[in-house]
Design a protein around this ligand. Structure first.
Ligand code: NAG
Ligand code: NAG
Ligand code: NAG
Length: 312
């Protein structure tokens, strides 16, 4: 057992000293953060509703930007530029997906996400579909919870060009299609507003909602993984397992901690032939994390799984 500890530590960054003071926070923001919408009035309005197209990267990122801004006052960070907000994990992951080509059409049947249409988010991308629900549901639940300053029927998301029925588009349709997940996100926002909630309490509710989202949505989009190289598809599956471990450890998804963790994620899509820890254009950290993810996922299929979880 003992040898597992340092391995899981790599994943969780427990060796990383808090380097918060060493960063200029604006350098850690996701790509195109400054260009993304930062308030509801930056979006179109139709019939009294804000219309947001989450299939365009800066519009999706704008939802996160508003969310992170509107929740800032609930974290002890007024002097620290909102660095302690644990909702940073979501936009930073979306930024990593964008930067590494993971939001583009994996089969290249369209230009979506490529040179001629770089901001397009492809509905055929497994990463983009999974992220949709980690954006739309936390965002709409925040609206529903009253902390966004608009009412529940005042915002509508545009459907993707394909498979529109797989996606919910507003507060009421997300509540009826995904009641358990929405109520978990609502519980998070409720506790966010209780003065007695600790940072750890909030992490608990955030991760519970996150894991419930991935578990439910992962089943809907599993077939999309066939569009990828075997190496990338395995990485996607392993990633879902790793999220359970991050959740179990209550990994603090603040701006700096998420950034440090992301240094270990693959900086491009995986192609067949990529074998960690021997991928020459990856750093040692990236190779180690990739190896660890496949290891965790193998352990996850074994009866001894509980032992690993007990480390935390
Ligand atoms: C942080 O970086 C931004 C842009 O990269 C720059 O405008 C700003 O002056 C920097 N702030 C500090 C304190 O260095
Ligand atoms: C939130 O947005 C408003 C308006 O855009 C801005 O003035 C404020 O500084 C932002 N707050 C934080 C914590 O980023
Ligand atoms: C929510 O979206 C559904 C379609 O997804 C639509 O039928 C319904 O009228 C919308 N509700 C509101 C309040 O906008």
């Amino acid at each position: 057992m003992a040898f597992l500890l340092p391995w899981t530590c790599v994943l969780l960054g427990c060796f990383s000293v808090s380097l918060a003071g060493a960063y200029n926070f604006s350098d850690l923001y996701p790509p195109l953060w400054k260009k993304s919408a930062s308030q509801f009035s930056d979006y179109r309005v139709k019939n009294g509703k804000y219309i947001i197209d989450p299939w365009v990267y800066p519009e999706r990122m704008g939802m996160y930007k508003i969310l992170v801004n509107k929740t800032a006052s609930y974290f002890e960070n007024i002097l620290l530029d909102n660095e302690q907000n644990i909702l940073w994990g979501l936009p930073l992951q979306n930024g990593w997906q964008y930067k590494t080509g993971r939001l583009a059409d994996p089969r290249r049947r369209t230009d979506c996400g490529y040179d001629s249409d770089p901001l397009c988010v492809s509905v055929d991308s497994w990463w983009a579909d999974m992220n949709y629900f980690l954006c739309a549901l936390p965002f709409l639940a925040a609206v529903d919870s009253g902390i966004m300053g608009i009412s529940s029927d005042q915002v509508m998301l545009l459907p993707p060009p394909k498979d529109p029925t797989k996606f919910c588009l507003n507060v009421s349709s997300c509540r009826s299609s995904f009641p358990e997940i929405m109520s978990k996100w609502n519980a998070f926002y409720q506790h966010l507003q209780y003065p007695s909630s600790t940072f750890e309490d909030l992490l608990k509710y955030l991760w519970a909602a996150h894991v419930a989202t991935i578990d439910t949505v992962g089943k809907i989009f599993e077939d999309r993984l066939e569009y990828y190289s075997k190496a990338e598809a395995n990485f996607g599956r392993n990633w879902c397992v790793a999220v359970d471990y991050l959740a179990a450890s209550l990994f603090p998804t603040t701006l700096v901690r998420t950034h440090e963790f992301q240094e270990g994620l693959p900086p491009r899509m995986l192609v067949n032939g990529d074998r960690a820890p021997f991928i020459s254009d990856f750093t040692e950290f990236q190779n180690t994390v990739l190896l660890l993810l496949s290891f965790l996922s193998q352990v996850d299929n074994f009866p001894g799984k509980r032992l690993i979880s007990n480390i935390f």
